[in-house]
Write a protein that binds this ligand. Structure first.
Ligand code: ASP
Length: 346
Protein backbone atom coordinates (compact mmCIF):
# COMPACT_ATOMS: atom_id res chain seq x y z
CA UNK A 1 0.00 0.00 0.00
CA UNK A 2 1.46 3.37 -0.97
CA UNK A 3 1.31 6.05 1.70
CA UNK A 4 0.70 9.34 -0.10
CA UNK A 5 1.91 11.41 2.87
CA UNK A 6 5.18 9.60 2.83
CA UNK A 7 8.59 11.12 2.35
CA UNK A 8 11.79 9.61 0.98
CA UNK A 9 15.30 10.92 1.27
CA UNK A 10 17.24 10.30 -1.93
CA UNK A 11 20.97 10.31 -1.30
CA UNK A 12 23.19 10.70 -4.34
CA UNK A 13 26.76 9.50 -3.94
CA UNK A 14 27.76 9.38 -7.61
CA UNK A 15 28.15 6.66 -10.23
CA UNK A 16 26.79 6.26 -13.71
CA UNK A 17 23.19 6.87 -12.74
CA UNK A 18 23.92 10.54 -12.08
CA UNK A 19 25.29 11.28 -15.50
CA UNK A 20 23.90 12.80 -18.66
CA UNK A 21 25.14 12.95 -22.20
CA UNK A 22 26.40 16.28 -23.40
CA UNK A 23 24.12 17.03 -26.35
CA UNK A 24 26.96 18.41 -28.46
CA UNK A 25 29.94 16.24 -27.66
CA UNK A 26 28.19 13.05 -26.53
CA UNK A 27 30.54 12.88 -23.51
CA UNK A 28 29.16 11.77 -20.15
CA UNK A 29 29.15 14.33 -17.37
CA UNK A 30 27.71 14.62 -13.87
CA UNK A 31 24.90 17.06 -13.34
CA UNK A 32 23.47 18.92 -10.39
CA UNK A 33 21.15 16.50 -8.70
CA UNK A 34 18.84 19.30 -7.68
CA UNK A 35 17.74 19.24 -11.31
CA UNK A 36 16.94 15.53 -11.25
CA UNK A 37 13.29 16.10 -12.06
CA UNK A 38 14.22 17.70 -15.38
CA UNK A 39 15.75 14.39 -16.47
CA UNK A 40 13.21 12.16 -14.78
CA UNK A 41 9.93 14.09 -15.10
CA UNK A 42 8.12 10.90 -14.04
CA UNK A 43 9.17 11.75 -10.48
CA UNK A 44 6.60 14.57 -10.52
CA UNK A 45 3.90 11.94 -10.85
CA UNK A 46 4.87 10.05 -7.72
CA UNK A 47 2.40 11.07 -5.06
CA UNK A 48 4.84 11.28 -2.19
CA UNK A 49 7.55 13.70 -1.22
CA UNK A 50 11.14 13.19 -2.37
CA UNK A 51 13.94 15.27 -0.92
CA UNK A 52 17.48 14.86 -2.06
CA UNK A 53 20.90 15.33 -0.68
CA UNK A 54 24.15 14.71 -2.50
CA UNK A 55 27.80 14.16 -1.76
CA UNK A 56 29.61 17.47 -2.28
CA UNK A 57 31.86 15.72 -4.79
CA UNK A 58 29.94 12.84 -6.46
CA UNK A 59 32.28 9.87 -6.72
CA UNK A 60 32.85 6.92 -8.97
CA UNK A 61 32.13 4.09 -6.56
CA UNK A 62 35.68 2.79 -7.03
CA UNK A 63 36.51 5.61 -4.60
CA UNK A 64 34.07 4.39 -1.96
CA UNK A 65 35.64 3.69 1.43
CA UNK A 66 34.83 3.31 5.15
CA UNK A 67 34.98 7.10 5.68
CA UNK A 68 32.24 7.57 3.10
CA UNK A 69 30.18 4.75 4.63
CA UNK A 70 30.34 6.69 7.90
CA UNK A 71 29.11 9.77 6.08
CA UNK A 72 26.13 7.81 4.76
CA UNK A 73 25.35 6.54 8.26
CA UNK A 74 25.43 10.10 9.61
CA UNK A 75 23.10 11.33 6.87
CA UNK A 76 20.63 8.54 7.62
CA UNK A 77 20.91 9.01 11.38
CA UNK A 78 20.33 12.78 11.14
CA UNK A 79 17.27 12.29 8.96
CA UNK A 80 15.95 9.00 10.29
CA UNK A 81 12.83 10.34 11.98
CA UNK A 82 11.81 12.70 9.16
CA UNK A 83 11.61 10.09 6.40
CA UNK A 84 9.79 6.85 5.74
CA UNK A 85 12.61 5.40 3.73
CA UNK A 86 15.97 6.09 2.11
CA UNK A 87 17.22 5.48 -1.41
CA UNK A 88 20.95 5.68 -2.02
CA UNK A 89 22.11 6.20 -5.60
CA UNK A 90 25.48 4.55 -5.90
CA UNK A 91 27.86 3.37 -8.59
CA UNK A 92 27.48 -0.32 -9.26
CA UNK A 93 31.14 -1.27 -8.92
CA UNK A 94 31.26 -1.33 -5.12
CA UNK A 95 27.56 -1.27 -4.34
CA UNK A 96 27.61 -4.76 -2.83
CA UNK A 97 30.37 -3.70 -0.41
CA UNK A 98 28.49 -0.55 0.62
CA UNK A 99 25.23 -2.42 1.06
CA UNK A 100 27.02 -5.00 3.20
CA UNK A 101 28.72 -2.38 5.36
CA UNK A 102 25.53 -0.39 5.87
CA UNK A 103 23.61 -3.53 6.83
CA UNK A 104 25.87 -3.86 9.89
CA UNK A 105 26.21 -0.14 10.62
CA UNK A 106 22.46 0.53 10.61
CA UNK A 107 21.38 -1.81 13.38
CA UNK A 108 17.76 -2.56 14.08
CA UNK A 109 16.25 -0.25 11.48
CA UNK A 110 12.52 -0.41 10.86
CA UNK A 111 12.62 1.48 7.57
CA UNK A 112 13.93 0.60 4.11
CA UNK A 113 17.38 1.67 2.97
CA UNK A 114 17.61 0.81 -0.72
CA UNK A 115 20.73 1.14 -2.84
CA UNK A 116 20.35 1.37 -6.56
CA UNK A 117 22.19 2.66 -9.62
CA UNK A 118 22.33 1.90 -13.29
CA UNK A 119 24.44 0.61 -16.11
CA UNK A 120 23.47 3.46 -18.43
CA UNK A 121 23.35 7.10 -17.31
CA UNK A 122 19.94 8.53 -16.50
CA UNK A 123 20.41 11.02 -19.33
CA UNK A 124 20.69 8.26 -21.97
CA UNK A 125 17.60 7.30 -23.87
CA UNK A 126 17.84 3.56 -23.11
CA UNK A 127 18.75 4.07 -19.48
CA UNK A 128 17.93 1.42 -16.92
CA UNK A 129 18.30 4.12 -14.27
CA UNK A 130 14.77 5.49 -14.42
CA UNK A 131 13.13 2.16 -13.77
CA UNK A 132 15.58 1.32 -10.99
CA UNK A 133 15.13 4.71 -9.36
CA UNK A 134 11.35 4.91 -9.58
CA UNK A 135 10.75 1.40 -8.27
CA UNK A 136 13.32 1.83 -5.49
CA UNK A 137 11.47 4.98 -4.42
CA UNK A 138 8.15 3.16 -4.42
CA UNK A 139 9.58 0.33 -2.33
CA UNK A 140 10.98 2.90 0.09
CA UNK A 141 7.47 4.09 0.98
CA UNK A 142 5.58 0.82 0.69
CA UNK A 143 3.77 -0.14 3.90
CA UNK A 144 1.21 -2.54 5.24
CA UNK A 145 -2.27 -1.31 6.25
CA UNK A 146 -0.99 -0.73 9.82
CA UNK A 147 1.65 1.68 8.59
CA UNK A 148 4.61 -0.68 9.03
CA UNK A 149 7.25 -0.69 6.31
CA UNK A 150 7.39 -3.84 4.20
CA UNK A 151 11.16 -3.59 4.01
CA UNK A 152 13.12 -3.15 7.22
CA UNK A 153 16.66 -3.72 6.08
CA UNK A 154 19.40 -2.56 3.72
CA UNK A 155 18.70 -3.82 0.20
CA UNK A 156 19.92 -3.52 -3.34
CA UNK A 157 17.26 -2.99 -5.99
CA UNK A 158 18.35 -3.70 -9.55
CA UNK A 159 16.44 -4.74 -12.66
CA UNK A 160 13.21 -5.80 -11.02
CA UNK A 161 14.81 -7.56 -8.09
CA UNK A 162 14.99 -6.48 -4.48
CA UNK A 163 17.84 -8.33 -2.77
CA UNK A 164 19.26 -8.40 0.73
CA UNK A 165 22.18 -5.99 0.40
CA UNK A 166 24.73 -8.12 2.23
CA UNK A 167 23.96 -11.11 -0.03
CA UNK A 168 24.60 -9.34 -3.31
CA UNK A 169 27.48 -9.55 -5.74
CA UNK A 170 28.01 -7.59 -8.91
CA UNK A 171 27.93 -10.19 -11.68
CA UNK A 172 28.01 -8.26 -14.91
CA UNK A 173 29.83 -5.15 -16.10
CA UNK A 174 27.32 -4.27 -18.81
CA UNK A 175 24.09 -6.27 -18.54
CA UNK A 176 21.13 -4.54 -16.92
CA UNK A 177 20.87 -7.53 -14.58
CA UNK A 178 24.07 -6.51 -12.83
CA UNK A 179 23.53 -8.05 -9.38
CA UNK A 180 22.69 -11.41 -8.01
CA UNK A 181 22.04 -12.87 -4.61
CA UNK A 182 23.37 -16.39 -5.03
CA UNK A 183 22.87 -17.80 -1.57
CA UNK A 184 19.62 -16.17 -0.51
CA UNK A 185 16.31 -15.76 -2.33
CA UNK A 186 15.28 -12.33 -3.59
CA UNK A 187 13.12 -10.32 -1.19
CA UNK A 188 10.78 -8.92 -3.83
CA UNK A 189 10.21 -8.95 -7.54
CA UNK A 190 8.80 -5.96 -9.37
CA UNK A 191 6.57 -6.70 -12.32
CA UNK A 192 3.10 -5.31 -12.82
CA UNK A 193 2.97 -5.56 -9.00
CA UNK A 194 5.72 -5.61 -6.46
CA UNK A 195 5.59 -9.05 -4.85
CA UNK A 196 7.33 -9.14 -1.48
CA UNK A 197 8.55 -12.28 0.27
CA UNK A 198 7.51 -10.96 3.69
CA UNK A 199 8.59 -14.05 5.55
CA UNK A 200 12.18 -13.63 4.36
CA UNK A 201 12.55 -10.02 5.49
CA UNK A 202 14.98 -9.24 8.30
CA UNK A 203 13.02 -7.59 11.13
CA UNK A 204 14.28 -5.32 13.93
CA UNK A 205 14.26 -6.66 17.46
CA UNK A 206 10.96 -6.10 19.18
CA UNK A 207 10.81 -2.98 21.40
CA UNK A 208 14.24 -1.76 20.53
CA UNK A 209 15.40 1.33 18.72
CA UNK A 210 17.82 1.71 15.81
CA UNK A 211 21.50 2.07 16.54
CA UNK A 212 23.82 3.87 14.15
CA UNK A 213 27.40 2.67 14.16
CA UNK A 214 30.09 4.71 12.54
CA UNK A 215 33.34 3.14 13.67
CA UNK A 216 34.97 0.68 11.34
CA UNK A 217 38.41 -0.87 11.49
CA UNK A 218 39.85 -1.09 7.97
CA UNK A 219 42.74 -3.41 8.90
CA UNK A 220 41.29 -6.26 6.88
CA UNK A 221 42.71 -7.89 3.72
CA UNK A 222 41.46 -10.29 1.08
CA UNK A 223 43.73 -13.11 -0.10
CA UNK A 224 42.52 -14.99 -3.14
CA UNK A 225 44.19 -18.35 -3.67
CA UNK A 226 45.36 -19.38 -7.12
CA UNK A 227 47.46 -22.31 -8.30
CA UNK A 228 51.01 -21.03 -8.10
CA UNK A 229 50.56 -18.65 -5.17
CA UNK A 230 54.00 -18.30 -3.64
CA UNK A 231 55.24 -18.26 -0.04
CA UNK A 232 56.56 -14.73 -0.67
CA UNK A 233 53.12 -13.39 -1.52
CA UNK A 234 51.46 -15.02 1.46
CA UNK A 235 54.27 -14.06 3.81
CA UNK A 236 54.09 -10.43 2.67
CA UNK A 237 50.35 -10.32 3.29
CA UNK A 238 50.51 -11.65 6.83
CA UNK A 239 53.39 -9.29 7.64
CA UNK A 240 51.26 -6.19 7.04
CA UNK A 241 51.51 -4.08 10.20
CA UNK A 242 48.31 -3.89 12.31
CA UNK A 243 46.50 -6.41 10.08
CA UNK A 244 43.63 -7.89 12.09
CA UNK A 245 41.86 -10.19 9.68
CA UNK A 246 42.14 -11.93 6.33
CA UNK A 247 39.26 -13.07 4.18
CA UNK A 248 40.81 -16.14 2.56
CA UNK A 249 39.12 -16.93 -0.74
CA UNK A 250 39.60 -20.66 -1.09
CA UNK A 251 38.57 -23.24 -3.68
CA UNK A 252 35.22 -25.02 -3.76
CA UNK A 253 33.94 -26.06 -0.35
CA UNK A 254 36.79 -24.26 1.43
CA UNK A 255 39.86 -26.07 0.19
CA UNK A 256 43.44 -24.85 0.01
CA UNK A 257 46.88 -26.25 -0.84
CA UNK A 258 48.06 -28.95 1.53
CA UNK A 259 51.75 -28.11 1.12
CA UNK A 260 53.64 -27.62 4.35
CA UNK A 261 54.88 -24.09 3.57
CA UNK A 262 51.31 -22.94 2.98
CA UNK A 263 49.89 -24.41 6.17
CA UNK A 264 52.89 -23.15 8.17
CA UNK A 265 52.35 -19.56 7.04
CA UNK A 266 48.62 -19.73 7.74
CA UNK A 267 49.34 -21.19 11.19
CA UNK A 268 51.89 -18.45 11.82
CA UNK A 269 49.25 -15.82 10.95
CA UNK A 270 46.62 -17.38 13.21
CA UNK A 271 49.12 -17.68 16.06
CA UNK A 272 50.08 -14.04 15.66
CA UNK A 273 46.45 -13.09 16.27
CA UNK A 274 45.14 -12.57 12.72
CA UNK A 275 41.58 -13.82 12.28
CA UNK A 276 41.34 -15.84 9.05
CA UNK A 277 37.90 -16.40 7.57
CA UNK A 278 37.46 -19.05 4.91
CA UNK A 279 35.10 -18.04 2.08
CA UNK A 280 34.67 -19.81 -1.21
CA UNK A 281 35.69 -18.41 -4.59
CA UNK A 282 32.57 -20.04 -6.02
CA UNK A 283 29.72 -17.65 -6.68
CA UNK A 284 27.30 -19.93 -4.92
CA UNK A 285 27.41 -22.53 -2.16
CA UNK A 286 29.01 -22.77 1.24
CA UNK A 287 32.32 -23.55 2.89
CA UNK A 288 32.37 -26.91 4.63
CA UNK A 289 35.77 -27.50 6.17
CA UNK A 290 34.85 -31.01 7.24
CA UNK A 291 34.33 -32.22 3.69
CA UNK A 292 37.90 -32.62 2.42
CA UNK A 293 41.24 -33.21 4.06
CA UNK A 294 42.56 -29.87 2.76
CA UNK A 295 39.67 -27.96 4.35
CA UNK A 296 40.08 -29.88 7.59
CA UNK A 297 43.74 -28.91 7.77
CA UNK A 298 42.74 -25.23 7.75
CA UNK A 299 40.17 -25.85 10.45
CA UNK A 300 42.73 -27.60 12.65
CA UNK A 301 45.02 -24.61 12.39
CA UNK A 302 42.27 -22.27 13.60
CA UNK A 303 40.89 -20.81 10.36
CA UNK A 304 37.19 -20.15 10.80
CA UNK A 305 34.42 -20.88 8.33
CA UNK A 306 32.61 -18.04 6.61
CA UNK A 307 29.92 -20.56 5.55
CA UNK A 308 28.05 -19.03 2.59
CA UNK A 309 28.94 -15.38 3.24
CA UNK A 310 30.06 -13.27 0.29
CA UNK A 311 33.56 -11.79 0.27
CA UNK A 312 31.96 -8.34 0.32
CA UNK A 313 29.95 -9.09 3.46
CA UNK A 314 32.85 -10.87 5.17
CA UNK A 315 35.11 -7.83 4.70
CA UNK A 316 32.41 -5.46 5.95
CA UNK A 317 31.51 -7.63 8.93
CA UNK A 318 35.15 -7.91 10.06
CA UNK A 319 35.64 -4.14 9.76
CA UNK A 320 32.44 -3.65 11.75
CA UNK A 321 33.24 -6.14 14.52
CA UNK A 322 36.79 -4.89 15.05
CA UNK A 323 35.53 -1.31 14.78
CA UNK A 324 33.05 -2.11 17.54
CA UNK A 325 36.01 -2.80 19.78
CA UNK A 326 35.67 -6.57 20.01
CA UNK A 327 38.75 -8.66 20.61
CA UNK A 328 39.88 -11.48 18.37
CA UNK A 329 38.05 -14.18 20.31
CA UNK A 330 34.78 -12.26 20.24
CA UNK A 331 35.17 -11.48 16.54
CA UNK A 332 35.64 -15.19 15.81
CA UNK A 333 32.51 -15.95 17.79
CA UNK A 334 30.38 -13.33 16.02
CA UNK A 335 31.61 -14.43 12.59
CA UNK A 336 29.76 -17.67 13.32
CA UNK A 337 26.49 -15.89 14.14
CA UNK A 338 24.35 -14.24 11.45
CA UNK A 339 23.73 -10.64 12.61
CA UNK A 340 21.58 -9.34 9.77
CA UNK A 341 20.93 -12.38 7.63
CA UNK A 342 24.36 -12.32 6.00
CA UNK A 343 24.99 -16.05 6.38
CA UNK A 344 23.10 -19.27 6.61
CA UNK A 345 24.71 -21.67 9.01
CA UNK A 346 23.66 -25.26 8.47
N1 ASP B 1 32.25 3.04 -12.36
C1 ASP B 1 30.87 3.28 -12.00
C2 ASP B 1 30.75 3.30 -10.50
O1 ASP B 1 30.71 2.28 -9.88
C3 ASP B 1 29.99 2.28 -12.61
C4 ASP B 1 28.53 2.45 -12.30
O2 ASP B 1 28.08 3.41 -11.74
O3 ASP B 1 27.78 1.54 -12.63
O4 ASP B 1 30.70 4.37 -9.94
Amino acid sequence: MLDYNASVLLIYTGGTIGMIEDAETGALKSYDFNHLKEYVPELNRLKFNIDNIQFKEPIDSSDMNPEKWKKLVWIIEDNYNQYDGFVILHGTDTMAYSASALSFMLENINKPVILTGSQLPIGKIRTDGKENLITALEIAVDKDPYGCAFVTEVCVFFQNLLMRGNRTTKINAANFRAFHSFNFPTLAEAGAYIRYQHELMHRPLHNSTPKFHSTLDPNVAIVKLFPGISPQILQAMIAIPRLKAIVLETYGAGNAPSEKWFLDIIAQAVNSGIVIVNVTQCASGSVDMNRYQSGMALKDIGVISGYDITTEAAVAKLMFLFGYGLDRKEVKMYMKIPLVGETTIE
